[in-house]
Design a binder for this molecule. Structure first.
Ligand code: ANZ
Ligand code: ZN
Length: 824
């Protein structure tokens, strides 16, 4: 057969679509599999990362369909977000038009790869109906007290009068106009994900072995549970500010065992005490220059501060050490965050890296109080002179605690503080509440209304739609600038009120789309998701996506699912039963990217070779979790394999079922061919499971070997059987050509699971080692259970040169393993 990918691929794509073959069946008594790839952002064109993602999920989906599962394999669009607005500014298009036309193009590209998506479940998160239900959920969460409003710091460009996302801040400056960015405090909406911190942490345990370890660790670190001591340092004298009187400073430490090593107390620049001191800066000997330094730190985001060199300003005031009564100086430091613990730290340079760096820079005392267990007494005295030591050990320079193991000391010191009511044991989480408001146009409008009489009131009339006539020029918030959109009546009292002009973080949309996918189009108008469909399809059996989503997207999705459960909308708790994180696609060792100029356009590959070649290459080049290095000659190789698959067809015995083959009467080549085929089938059955990591590459290699072996023999029955099986195995990977050939030669219009013939897999011959006086001298190949007499004959012939002229004293045969001769 002449291989014409273009014609074949179009033909089968049409056939699949016309027959609705990949739509989930309504019969909910069938066993199900929900196979999900992370949905794409409609940037305009698909890239190789998308191709890889969907090649993996499509292969899995197709396999399970053949095995008789009802499969949901949906596709949709994560369609809100900044790039649409950037495009609007640059190309004077409308974000909506830009987004929907990108979706059309990418859909065309994806379908040209033959992916078996469930069309009836498609969605775009910018669809008005999606906004309606997201706003509904938002209000349900608002009413449950899970959302609140408070001031938070945002990147602000004073010139453009606009909030900037982190990626729009380039080296501290606005991406559009180069103006230095400042931190501005503005009202933001927050979702109380911290209420679920413990649950989000605990439930990771059950995902052990089902999610990559790396992802579990990243989630655990992000949630960041720390146990420690919270206590206060008294100020040497009270500080009176215009608003309050301050007497002490609360700190949080995970290392109370190092408390005798404190050499300064460091405050975040936003700490209320810093504000109070700055009101009377002169009294504390703080210069204008130092004041400016503090303001400068305040104007850098926390992210940037983390990358900066340690920076501090002494506050000209001391605190009293609660155990030694020694005076300790107060500093402002750029490494202390107001958003963690209490925004103040007891600094122990001898045992903490950041404190050490700081103390070195500002010549502050470094007092070692923990000595490594194996260090001698001398070493203990001098430890930490060269560097900090953050390991465990024995307490020194710590009064009555000297000599204690540091873990023991921790407990004892906490006990002391609690008993004397000086402080208490606390648990802190790194996890912060999720700030969800964005001052942007292309997002889901927050469905709240500010009424001068009633306060903040949820909108009754959903959806709140975005106005289409907006000016997007990078200055200010387009919704706020719109001439009348925000003016409305209060839904409660009818007074003149103002609509909220913030929109939601796009991570909100991606936190529940997988639930929405379960619900067919026709039921989507009236329900957030059909309870029955959701119940049947959830959880996602295999979720496939990039490691870049290992933290936020997965955490938010897990959180949303738990919230929706508490709202009675789902029974699901952990939405993704298994997670597969695919590796990057690279070329010349670097991730494909426009800036590096190493991008391979999937569309060009499809045009030149066809979708099946692209799919085969992608799945053959590396196992899914590993990096995939682009390789033109391997691509050619994949193309050649498909052509070879089409080549030898004159031998075919047309039949819709497998011939029965007696393995006894076969020649060695025939038996070998059959064995290779069944080995491939066995591999196929093992490959499609999470535990084996979906190693399609080894499966494909087995198929290639099998095809070669088949081509080396002339038995038509064996050829037909093998071919039949190979087409079946390869269908999830290169579906078009497999459908084509199966129809052509077997009249098949569908694929099913094929049983394994154990008989064919049996080892028919074995290798036996031959030893002489215990030394290995050769080996023979013999049929299984060959008679001893025959084996000895074969063995003697094999090692003839070693026994020539010698006398054999003893012959030992260990059946199917070994022959030993004792000679003299
Ligand atoms: C004294 C100390 C000694 C500390 C030592 C560490 C090592 P995790 O584990 O991440 O919870 N810390 C507390 N609040 C902070 C803030 N707002 N900004 C920056 N750092 C802060 O870290 C807890 C430790 O981080 C605390 O324990 C505190 O330093 C610091 F050898 O106290 B530690
Ligand atoms: Zn009102």
């Amino acid at each position: 057969m002449e291989y014409n990918a273009k014609v074949i691929e179009k033909k089968w794509q049409n056939f699949w679509e016309e027959n609705g073959l990949y739509e989930p069946k309504p019969d909910k008594s069938l066993p199900k599999k929900y196979i999900l790839s992370m949905f794409p952002y409609p940037s305009g064109n698909i890239h190789m990362g998308h191709v890889r993602n969907y090649c993996i999920s499509d292969a899995i989906a197709r396999k399970f369909r053949k095995d008789g599962f009802n499969v949901l394999h949906p596709i949709g669009w994560d369609a809100f977000g900044m790039p649409a607005e950037n495009a609007a500014i640059k190309h004077k298009t409308h974000p909506k038009a830009w987004t929907y036309s990108n979706i059309e193009n990418m859909k065309r590209q994806l379908y040209s790869l033959g992916f078996s998506f469930s069309k009836t479940r498609e969605l775009a998160t910018c669809d008005l109906i999606y906004s309606k239900w997201e706003q509904n959920l938002f209000i349900a969460m608002w009413e449950k007290g899970l959302i609140y409003r408070k001031k938070g710091f945002l990147n602000w460009c004073p010139k453009d009068q606009t909030v900037l996302a982190n990626e729009q801040v380039i080296e501290g400056k606005c991406w559009r106009c180069d103006t230095p960015v400042v931190q501005k405090e503005m009202y933001q909406y927050y979702i109380k994900i911290t209420d679920y911190a413990q649950e989000l942490l605990d439930d990771l345990d059950a995902l052990e072995g089902k999610w990559p370890n790396q992802v579990l660790t990243m989630q655990r670190n992000w949630i960041g549970k720390s146990k420690g001591l919270s206590f206060a340092f008294l100020l040497e004298k009270k500080i009176e500010s215009s608003t309050e009187t301050l007497e002490s400073i609360e700190v949080f430490t995970t290392r109370p065992d190092t408390i005798f090593g404190v050499s300064f107390v460091a405050l975040a620049p936003e700490h209320p005490l810093v504000k109070a001191v700055l009101e009377n800066a002169q009294n504390y000997g703080i210069s204008e220059e130092q004041k400016a330094q503090i303001v400068a730190i305040q104007n850098t985001s926390e992210r940037e501060r983390a990358q900066q060199e340690k920076l501090g300003i002494p506050l000209g005031i001391s605190v009293i050490h609660p155990l030694t009564q020694v005076k300790i100086p107060l500093w402002v430091a750029n490494f202390v965050l107001m958003s963690y613990g209490s925004g103040a730290v007891m600094s122990v340079p001898a045992h903490d890296g950041r404190d050490y760096e700081f103390a070195k820079k500002y010549n502050l005392p470094i007092i070692p109080v923990i000595a490594p267990k194996d260090s001698g007494e001398k070493a203990q005295e001098n430890s930490c002179a060269e560097d900090f030591y953050d390991g465990g050990g024995i307490l020194i320079h710590s009064n009555e605690y000297n000599g204690l193991d540091n873990e023991e000391a921790k407990a004892k010191i906490i006990e002391y503080f609690e008993k004397n009511q000086l402080g208490k044991a606390v648990v802190n989480f790194k996890l912060r509440d999720w700030g969800v408001s964005r001052q942007r146009y292309w997002g889901t409008p927050i469905p709240l209304i500010h009424c001068p009489k009633c306060g903040i009131v949820p909108e009754k009339n959903l959806p709140v739609a975005l106005p289409e006539d907006v000016v997007i020029d990078g200055e200010g918030n387009p919704l706020d600038k719109h001439p009348y959109w925000k003016y409305c009546a209060c839904p409660k009292c009818g007074a003149n009120a103002l609509r909220e002009t913030d929109t939601l973080d796009t991570f909100v949309e991606s936190s529940w789309y997988f639930l929405r996918y379960t619900t067919p189009q026709e039921l989507r108008e009236d329900e957030v998701f059909s309870r029955e469909d959701e119940k049947y399809w959830m959880n996602v059996d295999e979720y496939i996506g990039g490691i870049e989503h290992a933290i936020l997207h997965l955490l938010y999705s897990r959180f949303f699912t738990k919230v929706l459960r508490s709202l009675g909308l789902t029974d699901s708790n952990e939405p993704f039963s298994h997670l597969l994180t695919q590796g990057m696609v690279t070329k010349e060792g670097a991730k494909m990217s426009k800036s590096k100029g190493n991008v391979v356009d999937p569309e060009e590959i499809i045009t030149q070779y066809g979708a099946d070649t692209a799919r085969l290459f992608i799945l053959f080049a590396a196992p899914p979790v590993r990096e995939l290095e682009w390789n033109d000659s391997a691509l050619e190789g994949s193309y050649r394999f498909i052509k070879r698959l089409c080549a030898k067809v004159e031998k075919i015995q047309k039949s819709q079922s497998l011939p029965t083959i007696e393995s006894k009467n076969l020649s060695e080549k025939e038996r070998c061919a059959r064995k290779k085929v069944y080995e491939a089938l066995k591999k196929y059955q093992e490959t499609f499971c999470h535990e084996s990591g979906y190693a399609f590459n080894t499966l494909i290699a087995a198929c290639m070997e099998a095809l070669n072996a088949l081509n080396e023999q002339d038995n038509v029955e064996i050829w037909s059987e093998g071919y039949f099986i190979l087409l079946n195995i390869l269908e999830p990977i290169i579906p078009h050509i497999c459908w084509e050939l199966s129809q052509e030669y077997f009249g098949l219009q569908n694929f099913k699971e094929i049983p394994l013939d154990e008989e064919a897999l049996k080892e028919d011959s074995i290798v036996m080692a031959i030893t002489i006086n215990g030394k290995r001298r050769g080996e023979i190949k013999a049929d299984l259970n060959t008679e001893e007499k025959q084996i000895l004959e074969l063995a003697k012939r094999e090692v003839a040169k070693w026994i020539e002229g010698k006398t054999i004293i003893k012959e030992i045969v260990v059946p199917n393993k070994l022959v030993n001769f004792v000679v003299k």
